[in-house]
Design a protein around this ligand. Sequence first.
Ligand code: NDP
Length: 300
Amino acid sequence: MSATIIDGKAFAAKVRAQVADEVTKLKSEHNITPGLAVILVGEDPASEVYVRNKGKQTVEVGMNSYEHKLDASTSEADLLALIDKLNNDPSVHGILCQLPLPDHLNEDLVINSIAPEKDVDGFHISNVGLLGTGQKSMVPCTPLGCLMMLRDHHGSLSGLNAVVVGRSNIVGKPMANLLLRDSCTVTIAHSRTKNIEEVCKAADIVVAAVGRPEMITGDWIGKGATVIDVGINRIPAPERGEGKMRLVGDVHFDSAKEVAGAITPVPGGVGPMTIACLLANTLTACARANNLPEPEGLTA
Ligand code: NDP
């Protein structure tokens, strides 16, 4: 039997529509417009595309978008001065500094200089600590998107066995913390994990955040499990013509979908949820800054 396909594109559209409704209410009832500032240092082509998409979607849900494009040679002092200005600007509720930064800039220092309550990426050390101790925090967008899809599919996650493959600070670790908070029994697997296939096969939920194209095949997946594929890998696609590429996940979709109960595709799964959750986080940050109730279903 073939798995249910979890449609991240449609889910993300639903999240954006809910955010847009809440923004309309904030404007009409409180005269507040949420604002998201995005800082891009340098001219990395992939980052430029992300930043353009973020800006477009921010405006589409009715928020203010402030883009700050800085030269690749910008000094750390100048970047920190800009962040300080945005931290103190009441019209800015969310600040995101697009990573990676050029080598001469200290990423940890830059991220930790963003006011934690405006850190809509959830990467500030205070937010990491708050999430790890089960307190209210800003939650990293990609794991938040995965959690929303899992909650939507399963209802309660309590008692389920979840395996997160990958232990990065931006996906694997926060994902594991979120699943633990929802009372899953969580295993984090990584490059040194022994018998990783068996570890995955015993899970009710597998979240793959590895960065290795199609590594997790159907024989790693337990019958009926839910598979969330975070991976975005570009591989050659000669069948589409010379020099053409295509996107695949960390999961081998065709074999996994024959065993899994539900699975996210790549593209069209986790990817679209990431920006939708960035908008949700900006809305949450705005509600908190104005002592208003947080919109339901948009936070962890
Ligand atoms: P990292 O490279 O930071 O981390 C990868 C993790 O995978 C590491 O913990 C590593 O283990 C583990 N790993 C690598 N090889 C193996 C292996 N053979 N077996 C088991 N574990 C392995 O990646 P990210 O977390 O940043 O990203 C992961 C994937 O998610 C990438 O494809 C990325 O493009 C994608 N991504 C997608 C997003 C989206 O919006 N959909 C957002 C962010 C990322 P170890 O620690 O032992 O080295």
